[in-house]
Design a binder for this molecule. Structure first.
Ligand code: TRP
Length: 367
């Protein structure tokens, strides 16, 4: 049994990802990186650090067979750079051939966070879905849907899955249970499994990119899938696990703490102000000391952010070395990050304005 339990409805902070992988039966991504048809720094830098049975997905990629990228979002507050990681992964999997299914977890956010469906819909569209489109999803291979209005076969599956688990199993996985949590968990199981129904051209490999907090749902889904062999012949869904982008001051980034997050709608001035004021520095207290002793990139939030944002390995390595040696000052490192973010946001915010026009094309049409 796991020593530590993850509660998917509370925020968790992982200090040691290697330990977490061992404890939770997650495979290292490293042996599979060379099998990816396209390089991405999230994989090579272990931002995506682990997976569960990604092999069937890689097989499908290799043989140009159909496969699915499925994930979901809780529509809570404004879209920040932490949210962008999953979006980048959606697009990555789409670029290597996946059809994308994206669930708005409006049922879950109503049941577990009391967000009214109407509000969830608005936040999901304005903050999440439009950002996904602007980041580059392709409408021909993407289906957005709301948990509250999925297809009939999906709705039914979300109830049928109850037959393949027990109350004791759910208690063992989730600890404290409520009816709301049970319905939310089973709905998520159906989110992940339904692209494999006959109506959707299944069975076929499905990859679910998530943060480690979603692991309990992944485990439950895989267990239930294996017990449905006779009925549906599901392939066990695969998952990738990614690290979280730290908040500016360290710790977890959250939409409810604007000074700890950078939103994709922030103005250039605001980005500059937040990073200068709040980004935790691994530099020395004085310039003189910094030049003598050097900074510590491993605890410096601006540097950590660049490992997510700077795609060029060589540039990143130079920044690391110059900062460590003391040649690059904290203020200069922050300037590099501010420039990187603002040049991205300039184009992105333009694309957001246009995204509204194509939104309809992305919505799921009932089969
Ligand atoms: N529970 C997820 C969250 O809290 C949202 C979600 C709903 C989801 N359905 C999903 C994630 C299916 C992955 C796959 O963010």
């Amino acid at each position: 049994m796991f020593i530590m339990k993850i509660d998917p409805w509370k925020s968790i902070e992982i200090k040691d990802y290697n330990k977490a992988m061992k404890e939770f039966g997650i495979q290292s991504i490293n042996p599979l990186i060379k099998k990816l048809p396209k390089k991405h720094h999230y994989f090579t830098r272990n931002i995506v650090f682990g997976h569960k049975s990604l092999q069937p997905v890689l097989e499908a990629v290799k043989k140009k067979k159909p496969f699915v990228m499925m994930t979901g979002l809780m529509p809570s507050g404004k879209f920040h750079f932490g949210h962008k990681i999953i979006a980048d992964l959606m697009i990555y999997f789409q670029e290597i051939g996946a059809e994308c299914y994206i669930a708005v977890a409006d049922i879950e956010s109503y049941l577990t966070r009391n967000v009214p469906l109407e509000k969830a819909r608005k936040v999901a569209i304005d903050e999440y879905l439009l950002n996904y489109i602007a980041l580059g999803l392709n409408s021909e291979k993407t289906h957005f849907y709301f948990q509250s209005s999925g297809s009939k076969s999906y709705m039914n599956l979300s109830k049928f899955v109850a037959k393949k688990t027990t109350f004791n199993e759910l208690k063992a996985i989730y600890g404290d249970l409520t009816p709301e949590k049970i319905i939310s968990a089973l709905t998520q199981v159906a989110d992940i499994l339904h692209p494999q129904l006959k109506e959707f051209g299944g069975p076929k490999p499905v990859v679910v990119p998530v943060g480690l907090d979603q692991l309990p749902h992944i485990n439950l889904t895989r267990d239930i899938a294996s017990r449905f062999k006779l009925n549906y012949n599901f392939i066990l869904p695969s998952a990738t696990f990614n690290k979280m982008l730290p908040g500016l001051k360290g710790g977890k980034m959250s939409s409810s703490e604007p000074e700890n997050a950078v939103f994709l709608t922030d103005s250039p001035e605001n980005v500059e102000k937040k990073i200068k004021k709040y980004a935790f520095s691994g530099g020395q207290p004085t310039i003189k000391e910094h030049k003598e002793k050097g900074g510590n990139p491993d605890i410096d939030v601006s540097y950590q952010w660049l490992t997510f944002l700077e795609e060029d390995d060589k540039k990143l390595k130079n920044i690391y070395e110059d900062y460590k040696s003391g040649k690059l000052l904290s203020s200069e490192l922050k300037e590099i990050l501010i420039k990187k973010i603002n040049s991205f946001l300039k184009g992105h915010q333009e694309k957001m304005k246009k995204a509204v026009n194509s939104f309809d094309k992305f919505m799921y049409k009932d089969v």
